[in-house]
Design a protein around this ligand. Structure first.
Ligand code: NAG
Ligand code: NAG
Length: 243
């Protein structure tokens, strides 16, 4: 009885020590990611560029470069806008952006007929360890409405994802897990990524887009046709009168 309780006591002490040891080593060894992101939008109208400036502070560069981890930005693109797949292919081919679009993008349809898609931009590890800027061209869709003026399209904040080959635990912090494609070349395979919290030096924003009055289009066409005919008849009548 006595030896049993003593044994149980020893086991519990040992396990407490073990857990503490594991916690302290995990804390000591993990790579701390202090990332801040600034976002700027260039141009007005239907074609914009989103610029993200990603800055890492006090990163253990050696540990990060040895880790073989991957980092990516993920943006959920609202139906009111789109990333053009042909343009994305060009950017990838020219080595400007390692980008993958998840979802089908119909560049023709207006906002109310469109569905959202997700864009992954895979980041360069070496550049991420200091500073990195990413430029993503986006296009706003035509809005159908009876009223003129401007519509507001929400621009989501990007998520910063990190995946490490053995375990995502080597990145400090308990962040949410997300399944996302491995890379732009192998998008069929999904990995578990860590959604890393970052300091956003910007607010969630809305882009203003002029409302193209598609409903009025048939009327405008009919009226210009009628005016054209009336004009022709008038000129013809002038000509025939002068003869
Ligand atoms: C990452 O960036 C560095 C420095 O700009 C460059 O030398 C390297 O080729 C880039 N790596 C990839 C995979 O593009
Ligand atoms: C990632 O985490 C942030 C909060 O840190 C959250 O706002 C965002 O929605 C998350 N991303 C996804 C895709 O769940």
């Amino acid at each position: 009885m006595n030896s049993k309780t003593a044994f149980a006591f020893k086991v519990s002490i040992l396990s407490i020590l073990l857990v503490n040891f594991r916690l302290s080593t995990a804390k000591k060894d993990c790579i701390k990611f202090n990332v801040s992101i600034t976002q700027k939008i260039e141009h007005l109208g239907f074609h914009r560029d989103i610029n993200w400036f990603i800055e890492t502070e006090n990163l253990d560069r050696k540990a990060w470069m040895n880790s073989s981890c991957s980092a990516a930005l993920m943006l959920e693109v609202a139906p009111g806008m789109f990333v053009n797949p042909d343009q994305a292919d060009d950017l990838r081919r020219l080595g400007k952006l390692d980008i993958f679009i998840d979802g089908t993008v119909d560049i023709e349809v207006p906002a109310h007929e469109a569905i959202k898609h997700t864009v992954y931009i895979y980041l360069n590890n070496s550049q991420l360890s200091t500073k990195l800027s990413v430029k993503l061209p986006i296009h706003l869709r035509y809005q159908r409405s009876l009223m003129g003026g401007h519509a507001k399209v929400p621009l989501n904040k990007p998520s910063l994802l990190i995946h490490c080959p053995h375990s995502n635990q080597i990145i400090c912090g308990r962040d949410q897990k997300i399944n996302a494609p491995v890379s732009s070349k192998d998008f069929e395979t999904l990995w578990v990524w860590k959604n890393v919290t970052y300091k956003a030096n910007f607010d969630e924003m809305e882009l203003l887009v002029p409302i193209g009055n598609l409903e009025h289009y048939p009327y405008v066409a009919t009226i210009s046709c009628i005016l054209g005919c009336v004009g022709c008849i008038y000129i013809l009548s002038l000509l025939s009168n002068s003869e």
